[in-house]
Design a protein around this ligand. Structure first.
Ligand code: R1P
Ligand code: URA
Length: 365
């Protein structure tokens, strides 16, 4: 028996899931030889000969690996739990048949506004030409008022409902990733669609994020765990962002670019606004900061991307962030566009993602 270490790297994880997939041998549990925590033990001695082959094929081309890529959770305790209640989603492993309900999910779109995410679900329903009646597309999380979730074919549309920012999306991501894991989903792509403040670009431009950065323009997300600060990488999937960019070229009058996205903990002081209830810096300092951000490659600012990039990266999910800009922060702080223009702008990321999904599914001309 071989006990894989607690901190599996993605290559090992793919070997693990491929082996389970091929030989249908359920994992058991044992203490980790290194640290003693209970962890999943995989019976691999019978198939030792296949490991090198898997390893070499994956190492040579990790990002374009075409086999099944399962969602993996990095928690040695999870598999030993008798039941997992996804409290904020009002779902659970004992109360719901998650593989039957969600096993076919390939694309997850996350966003904040419930209206926006429901509109996206309905839009995808039409684009995918699904037979089910529109009225049957119901909020799967209706039993909780925290989040909304709609499923249309292989597409999930998730909304943070009223929450904004890292804490809200982080709770959702923990449960969403566990849901995908319990449902045995594979080859899942996750995309955040939202709004943002642009830097030095015209409002209405869609920014496809290559790297999410913090307020110091660093590609990192700092998570406080117990009383430690754990720093995680926030690189997003390069090929995916390029694929999205190529899709955008097919859409007439679509203004888009690939750039860094700065993720902050606050909309006002955290984004250098002069119009919050508190402001302790000058206009000059604000502009100097935003210009430094621009020079560092930042093209827009929002409030969720770093944690999404960090968590999805660790769990083997290909992730992207696509946000439209509502203003140019070098010009102003207030979002003063007419309501109908704002609504129109918010549709641009949806249009791009639906184009991407239909293309991936081979439904485009
Ligand atoms: O349009 P959404 O997805 O809400 O994203 C952006 O808008 C909110 C601030 O107005 C923050 O959540 C920020 O990330
Ligand atoms: O300026 C903006 C606009 C939308 N969302 C943000 O986080 N900032």
């Amino acid at each position: 028996m071989l006990a894989l270490g607690c901190e599996l790297d993605p290559d090992q994880e793919v070997v693990r899931t491929r082996l389970e997939d091929y030989f249908l041998r359920p994992p058991s549990h044992a203490p980790c030889t290194a640290c003693g925590t209970v962890m999943t033990v995989h019976i691999v001695e019978r198939m030792a000969s296949v490991i090198p082959a898997f390893n070499s094929s994956m190492r040579s081309d990790r990002n374009t690996y075409v086999g099944k890529r399962f969602v993996h959770v990095k928690n040695p305790y999870l598999d030993s739990m008798d039941e997992d209640i996804l409290y904020h989603l009002d779902l659970g492993t004992k109360t719901h048949n998650l593989p039957a309900m969600f096993g076919d999910v390939k694309f997850v779109c996350v966003g904040r506004s419930p209206n926006r995410m429901k509109a996206f679900a309905l839009f995808m329903h039409k684009e995918l030409g699904l037979e089910e009646a529109e009225e049957d597309i119901k909020d799967i999380c209706a039993g909780t008022d925290r989040y909304c979730m709609y499923k249309t074919g292989p597409t999930f549309s998730f909304s943070q409902r009223h929450g904004m920012g890292i804490p809200s999306i982080s709770v959702m991501l923990h449960e969403l990733i566990k849901l995908l894991h319990h449902a045995q989903c594979c080859d899942v792509t996750i995309i955040r669609i939202g709004t943002s403040g642009g830097i030095g670009i015209a409002p209405g431009t869609v920014v496809i994020t290559d790297t999410a950065v913090d307020s110091f323009f660093k590609p990192r997300f700092e998570q406080v765990i117990l009383d430690n600060i754990v720093t995680r990488s926030t690189e997003l999937h390069k090929e995916l962002s390029e694929e999205l960019f190529n899709c955008s070229k097919e859409i007439p009058n679509f203004r888009t670019l690939i750039g860094h996205t700065m993720c902050t903990y606050d909309f006002y002081e955290g984004q250098g606004r002069l119009d919050g209830a508190l402001c302790s810096f000058s206009r000059e300092k604000k502009l100097a900061y935003l210009k430094r951000a621009y020079k560092a490659g930042v093209r827009n600012i929002e409030m969720e991307s770093t944690v999404l990039a960090a968590m999805c990266g660790l769990c083997g999910l290909k992730a992207a962030v696509v946000c439209v800009t509502l203003l140019d922060r070098l010009d102003c702080d207030q979002i003063n566009l007419p309501h109908d223009v704002l609504l129109e702008y918010q549709q641009w990321p949806q249009l791009l993602i639906s184009n991407f999904i239909t293309r991936r599914l081979g439904l485009c001309d």
